[in-house]
Structure formats: structure tokens, C-alpha cells
Write a protein that binds this ligand. Sequence first.
Ligand code: GP9
Ligand code: MN
Length: 650
Amino acid sequence: MMEARSGSWLQSFFDEEGPGLKGVFKNQGYSLFWVVFLSLWLKTYIAYKTSFEIDIENWIQEFILLINPVSFLLLTLGMNIFLKENRRKVYLLTMSFFITLVLFANLVFYRFFNDFLTIPVLFQTSNMSDLGSSVQDLINPSDLLYFADLLFLMFLTIYKPKTFHVRSYNLQNRKFFISMALGVTFFNLALAEAERPELLTRTFDREILVKNIGTYNYHLYDAILQTKSSAQRALADGSELSEIENYVRSNQKKVNDDLYGLAKGKNVIFVSLESTQSFVINKTVNGEEITPFLNEFIKDSYYFNNFYHQTGQGKTSDSEFIIENSLYPLGRGAVFFTHAQNEYKATPEILTENGYYTASLHANNKSFWNRDMMYDSLGYQRFFNSDDYEVSEKNSVNWGLNDKSFFQQSIAHLEGMPQPFYAKFITLTNHFPFTLNEEDRTLEPYDSNSKTLNQYFPTVRYTDEALERFIADLKRVGLYEKSIIVMYGDHYGISENHNSAMSQFLGKEITPFESVQLQRVPLIIHVPGQKGKTISTVSGQIDVRPTLMHLLGIKTDDFIEFGKDLFSEETIEFTVLRDSSFITKDYLYTMDTCYDKKTGAMTERDPCENYLEKAKQELEYSDKIIYGDLLRFYEKKKMKKERNLAQFSF
Ligand code: GP9
Ligand code: MN
């Protein structure tokens, strides 16, 4: 029994019977805790470096990678201090086995899927059966080395019990230990947050998460997300759906007979324009047009100049979600991550049912924004990701493959698709921090106190040139006339941190009113054979799906969606942003203030009051659908209705 001497708890922690070297010198053997801890730490780091492809860009990232298993190992192995002494060795060895098993399972999974395990994936039988048939091929004999230390430790513990000791801890020792473990955890989190702000709230990429908080903490985090959404889902029943359905139906408008079905059977090409805001269209910098190609292209297209992005923390993924589901994204986190297992009725699924081949093309890591999982739920048949592109140092910049190479390489993918197809292209070069290779720069940077805004214009121009080549290629391979082309900005590129530079560029003060107006992004719909037209209807990303469906002549009466057909003559001008700001034909409401759009000045609340409830209602209904996974009930209800109708039709 060890009693801490008063006033020397730190000393007692490292005392004769303590865990460290002193015990060894006194022939009391090694501390089993630290031996197990060190071997697991080492194994994990070896696995990171040999079995996973984790991109390390600087020494801080390498350091975080090295220390990221520590907090979890200290906390889980450390639980042994609460056990009776005779149970501790068993606990430490058992934990070592399970932790090694988790590492090993990740390793095998990664070899096949190039991704880290998530809880939903464990239950996705299709994934697992893919893996099942080839598990033998995925395991190398050398993998057994991961368990070798454990066997060795077990052997020594049984046959040479004196090799290791477990020490006793008094209350103060325990407190010290727990504080130390928590201290390490917070240190790790702080470093990760500094290296990758909003890492945990936004959850953008498994690889980045694992790199920053470690593979084990990542599983804990995943488990928390999973439990939360399972609980919300379990508590939901179908009853809320009727109210939502009534609301949606009451907003449906008559289609425009002249345009309905205009593009029936045509291929659909979507292009997501990274960080492209409307303020660059038809504008110049240093006397030169920023987007000379788009400025011409919109003349032959329907161009919506009052179109707002409605994304939240999920950025690009949110824009994809809104555009393909006509639902709002979530107020917190990225729905692509938090609710990828839900039932959806998204554009790819609808178009597949209408005889289309559906694909998304994006030259980034497939797990980014959890796309590889979410695309299954959205009904995509194929995801062309960075594995499908030749990516080299020469053709990469900033976040990866540059847009020109991306489009150029994509043409072959497009030509290989059965027609009609729905193909969504997601560009990447015009992404913060807007870096470009010198030889690719055809527009001089702007001159202001914001490096971000200065560099933004040349990268926007770069993407504009990439689009020009893409359209030329589409013409060359004969797809241009057979396809409708929809281009849209995914979200803002210049945040409010650059207001003073923006105000210099726009020549006006950036008030809260202007900030909302800056959330406008371009929406361009090119239909072969149609004359161009600029449409100023107040609209948002949520409206893209109904508008597309009507052009394709696909009925939307049965869908649960919040958007409106922008070609309908009855369309109401109203758009709500994810932060509850909203815009109508004449007014704009943000931060509890109503503004007159003509003057940009504050006005009395009355004109906005009428829409306040509607704005809140829409976001709430959409959130309910996602949190409760309500569309799963809708599909069932619809099938029942169809069955009943069939019965009565005789
Ligand atoms: C990543 C790309 C950019 O694949 O879509 O994501 P963002 O940071 O803009 O959301
Ligand atoms: Mn983006």
C-alpha cells in the first residue's frame, strides 16, 4: 500500500513504487501501463506512416500527427487507476488488444476503400461484402507484427510476472493523472484548431480529422455524431410529415406552358463554380474584365442576377445538397456528414428513374465532405474523384488538380457516359487562399489591404478561362447542342473579414444590407436554341431543382421540396438564407432589421413582418425532415397510396 506523503504528491507519483525508471532500478520491473502505452503509440504512428496516405504539409502537422494518439491512449489506458490492483494487468492487456484491433480494422479497410472506417459504414452491407471477398488479399503476413508486442507482453506477464508492475494510486495521484491526460487532450485540440479552424464543428474530411485528432478520437467523435442523429431519428414518426406536405403543396405554382419540357431528354451538365460571387460578373479590375468568357456566355443563357447561395457550415457540400434536394442545409455542421444515411429523393435518383446516367466529377479526395457516402444516398451512379484523374505537381495548384486540367481530363469521362446523362462538375482552383502558379496568371492582382481579395480576381479569371475551354471542348465533341448547361456559384469566396477592401472595390460602404447582397452568386442556365435573358427574380439555390425539373418536363407535384420553379409566372419573390436573413422583391431582412432594397436604408419592420414567420417556418420544416429522416415515411406513404389507387382502378 502506498500513502502519499503530505505536500509531495508530484514526488509520490514518481516514487519508489512509481511507474518510472526508479522502479526498474530497484528491481521492481517495468510499469506495464507505460510499456503498453508506448507500444500502442508507436504502432499507431507506424501505421500512419506506412499504411495510410496522410498528406503532411509542414512540421506542425507532422508534430500533431505524432502526438495525436496520446490523449486517447492516456485516457483509456489510464482508466486502470480506478480498478483494483489485481485487475489492472488484465485490463491493460485487454485494452491493448482492442485498440490494436481497431487500428488493424482501419488499416485493412483503408487498403480497400482508401478511407477511414465510420460507424454507418460498418453497417453498410454492400460495402462490407465488397470487402469480404478480398479480405485475404488485403492482409499481409507482416500485419501480424501489430499483435506481436501483445503476445510478448502476455507471455512475460504470465511466465515472468516480476517483469512488470502496476502501481497503486491515491486520490491525489489520480487527480494528477486525469489532469495530465485532459491537459494533453486540450493541447492537441488547440493545436488542431489553430492548424484547421472549425475542424470539429464543420467536419469536412475524415483524413483531416484523423490527421488532427487521431484515429481513435476520431472514432469517438464519429460515435457521438451517430448517437445523436440516431436518437433524433428514433424519436420521429411520420405524423409531422402531413403538416409539411400541406405547406409544400400550398406553395406550388402553375408551370409556364411555354417552357415546360423545353429540354426534355437532353443531357444535363452542372458546373459548380467554386467561391464565385455575382459581384465579379461584368466588372473590371485594372481596366480588364474579370470574367470575359462568362460575360459573353450569359448573353446566350438565362442569367439570374438576384440569386443567393443558402449554404451554412457545409459550404460546397451544402450547395450540392440544396441544389439536388431543394431542402435547406443544417444550421450547424454539414448535412453531408451528419445525415448521410437518410432517405432522400435527390436529382440523381429522380433522373435515374427517368432513364438518365448520373455522375459527379470532382478531382479531390473522395472522402472530402463525405461525398463517397452521401453520393450513394443521393442516388449517383458514379463518382469520378481524384483517383480518376492524373494529378501531378505540374497540373496542380492550391487544393489540387487545376480547373483547366480537370475539365480537359473530364471530357474523356463525359464521352464515355451513356446518354442522356446528368453530370455535375465541381471546380476547385478558385478556392481560398486563391493561389495560382505565376504562368497561369492572366489578370494582375487587385491592390488593396486584403491579400485574399487581391488574389481572388486572378483565380476567378483562371476558372473563367477553364470554362471557356470546356465549352469549346463540348462543342468539339458534339455534346454542346445536346445538353443544357447549368452553372452556379457555390457560396461566397470573400468573407466579411475583407469588408474594407471590398468597400474600396465596390466604391460603397459594406453595411449589413450590403453584406447580404454580397451573398448573391451567379446562376446561368443555357438551353440550346434559346435566346439569352437576364432574369431578376429574387431566388436561391433551393429553386434550382424545381426549375430544372420543369425544363426537363418532369412533374414535381409529388416531391417534398421548398424551392419554386423560376420560370413559373406565379413565382413569389422570396428567398431565405441559412442564417434566417431573407430577401423579397422590395425588402431585405437581416440581423433583426428591415431594409428597403431601393435605398439600402433601414426601414420600419412592418413590410418584413409578413415574411418573418414564413422564413422561420421553412427552415424549421426542412430541419425537421433532416433530423427526423422523415422522407423515409413519405416513400412508404406514397407506395401505399399507389397500391390503393391500383385496387380501385378496376
Ligand atoms: C472540396 C471542395 C471545396 O472538395 O468542394 O470545399 P469548400 O471548402 O469550398 O466547402
Ligand atoms: Mn466551395
